[in-house]
Design a protein around this ligand. Structure first.
Ligand code: MG
Ligand code: ZN
Length: 219
C-alpha cells in the first residue's frame, strides 16, 4: 500500500470515531473544546486558571493527552476537576478513538464543559477531528508573532485564539507584535475570537471565561 493510502485509511477511521463523539456530545448536550498548541504555550496553566475562575459556575472535566507522563493530569487533579489521562505512547496527536474511550470514563452527565488538552504540537492535531464542538489554539508571546502564517491550518480551523503570557510583553521582555498576530490570524479565519491572556497573572481571563459561559448555552 502506498503511504498516501495508509494516511487516508487512518484519517477515515478517525472520522468514524469523531462522528460517534459528535453524536455522544449532542445526546448529552455538552460542549467539548479541543485545545491545541506547541509545547510550553501554557495550555495546562490556562486550564487550571479557567477551572478555578469558573468554580461554582461551570463544572469542567478534562481529557489530558500526553506523549509520556501524567504531570499535566496531576496539575488538573489538584483543582478537583475530573480528569482522564491518555498517554499516546509516542504519537504526536490524540485520535478520536482515544477521546471516545476517555469520554466514557468522565462523569459527563455532571459536567457543563469538557476540555481536551491535545499533545503539544501545532501541526498534525489540526488534521485529526475529535468530534469536538470547537478547537482552541493557544499561542504564547514567547513563541513569536509569525506562527499564524507559518502554521495556517490550525489558525484557520479554530474558534478561538488565546494569546498567552501577555505579562511578558510588559517591560519588553519579548518581541511580539500582538497586532500582527491578530491580523494574520483574522486573515486566515475572519470569525476567530481572539483573547490575549496571562494565565499566570489572570489578566484577560474575564473575556475568555465570558465566552465560555455563553458557549455552553449554545449546545
Ligand atoms: Mg500541558
Ligand atoms: Zn501526530
Amino acid at each position: 500500500m502506498k503511504k498516501i493510502d495508509i494516511v487516508k485509511k487512518i484519517l477515515d477511521a478517525n472520522e468514524k470515531y469523531a462522528f460517534e463523539n459528535v453524536l455522544f456530545l449532542a445526546e448529552h448536550k455538552k460542549l467539548c473544546l479541543n485545545m491545541i498548541s506547541s509545547p510550553g504555550s501554557g495550555k495546562t496553566t490556562i486550564l487550571t486558571r479557567t477551572i478555578n475562575d469558573l468554580k461554582g459556575e461551570l463544572k469542567i472535566g478534562v481529557i489530558e493527552g500526553d506523549i509520556q507522563t501524567d504531570i499535566d493530569a496531576e496539575r488538573i487533579r489538584r483543582t478537583k476537576a475530573p480528569v482522564v489521562q491518555i498517554n499516546t505512547d509516542g504519537a504526536c496527536h490524540l485520535s478520536a478513538a482515544q477521546v471516545s474511550a476517555a469520554l466514557r470514563e468522565l462523569p459527563v452527565k455532571d459536567l457543563d464543559l469538557i476540555f481536551v488538552e491535545n499533545v503539544g504540537n501545532l501541526v498534525c492535531p489540526s488534521d485529526f477531528d475529535l468530534g469536538e464542538n470547537g478547537k482552541i489554539v493557544v499561542l504564547s508571546v514567547a513563541e513569536g508573532d509569525d506562527k499564524p502564517i507559518k502554521y495556517p491550518g490550525i489558525f484557520a480551523k479554530s474558534k478561538v485564539l488565546l494569546i498567552n503570557k501577555i505579562d511578558l510583553l510588559e517591560g519588553g521582555l519579548v518581541d511580539f507584535d500582538i497586532e500582527r498576530a491578530k491580523t494574520d490570524a483574522r486573515r486566515l479565519n475572519k470569525d476567530i475570537e481572539i483573547f490575549p491572556v496571562s494565565a499566570r497573572t489572570g489578566e484577560g481571563m474575564t473575556d475568555w471565561c465570558d465566552w465560555l459561559r455563553q458557549s455552553v448555552k449554545t449546545v
